[in-house]
Design a protein around this ligand. Structure first.
Ligand code: PLP
Length: 286
């Protein structure tokens, strides 16, 4: 395997960053995870848009043009022989003697890109059974709309989920509303078949998969209510599911100790997952 590190393709096992990289010392950096299908990047433009926004919010310069970055992503995918899987991109504020203040303006952002294969079948198998989630208090900072590598609350939440026999943790804000998962967006389906997900204005990362599901839902004639929903409403919902580039649309069958619907994957989540697969196949084909 190979990784791109600051202008070079290194063997994955040997790839390294400097000990004074600000991403390492301060979590002063951002990332993107993009799905790969048939060797092609899915939703590249949306990922680049979000990357530029995240960098802008942190006042880190784009390390190279979008076109050049796209070429690096594709080359990393190619060198790793990835047909189906994902590509990971991280940009930090660069290497500089440790100091909270921004480094001098001539400090170059540091760029790392890795890619790995993920068999589609493993996700599909998980989706057939559906997954369990637990709820945890949302103890993150307010700027979770920026895709920073500062993910400690998310790490702790995901680990807690795993230890509770669940796949994901849903963060719940102090008003009792679900914000999102530790690495996914959260959705429910109401009794009359409307999709509900929290507005992307505050409290969540605006997922690319979330944006695509909006389109797929519209095509299927499904109504979307973009509003806050409580943990109690979620537990009483007809269906629940999560979305992310890595999990696509994943049905949720249990929240804490409460079975959702009849405790099996809901029909709307299942059909959205199929539609997403079709959409990705089409995107990979041209
Ligand atoms: N929310 C959080 C906190 C995430 O980390 C992610 C993805 O990693 C998402 C939502 C889903 O975003 P996307 O659909 O772009 O993968």
């Amino acid at each position: 395997r190979f990784a791109y590190v600051n202008g070079r393709y290194a063997r994955h096992a040997d790839a390294a960053i400097h000990i004074e990289d600000r991403g390492y010392q301060f979590a002063d950096g951002v990332y993107e995870v993009c799905e790969v299908r048939g060797g092609r990047l899915i939703d590249e433009r949306l990922h680049m848009d979000r990357l530029e926004r995240s960098l802008g919010e942190l006042r880190i310069a784009m390390p190279m043009s979008r076109a050049a970055l796209g070429a690096v992503l594709r080359e990393t995918v190619r060198r790793n022989l990835v047909r189906d899987g994902m590509v990971y991109l991280q940009v930090s504020r660069g290497v500089s003697p440790r100091n909270h203040l921004f480094p001098s303006a001539d400090t170059l952002p540091a760029v790392v890109v890795t890619a790995k294969s993920v068999a589609r079948a493993s996700g599909d198998k998980r989706a057939e059974a559906g997954v369990a989630v637990i709820s945890v208090p949302d103890n993150r900072w307010e700027r979770v709309d920026i895709k920073t590598v500062s993910l400690l609350p998310n790490v702790l939440a995901k680990q807690k989920a795993k230890e509770a026999g669940a796949y994901e943790a849903w963060f719940v804000d102090k008003d009792g509303n679900v914000t999102e998962g530790s690495s996914t967006n959260a959705w429910i389906v109401t009794a009359d078949g409307a999709l509900v997900t929290r507005p992307a204005t505050v409290g969540i990362l605006k997922g690319i998969t979330r944006t695509v599901v909006f389109e797929l839902a519209a095509r299927s004639g499904l109504r979307i209510e973009e509003r806050a929903f409580s943990l109690d409403e979620a537990k009483a919902a007809r269906e629940a599911f999560i979305t992310a580039a890595t999990t696509v649309v994943m049905p949720v069958v249990r929240i804490d100790d409460q079975a959702i619907g009849n405790g099996t994957p809901g029909s709307i989540a299942t059909s959205l997952r199929e539609h997403f697969h079709e959409f990705a196949e089409e995107a990979a084909a041209w």
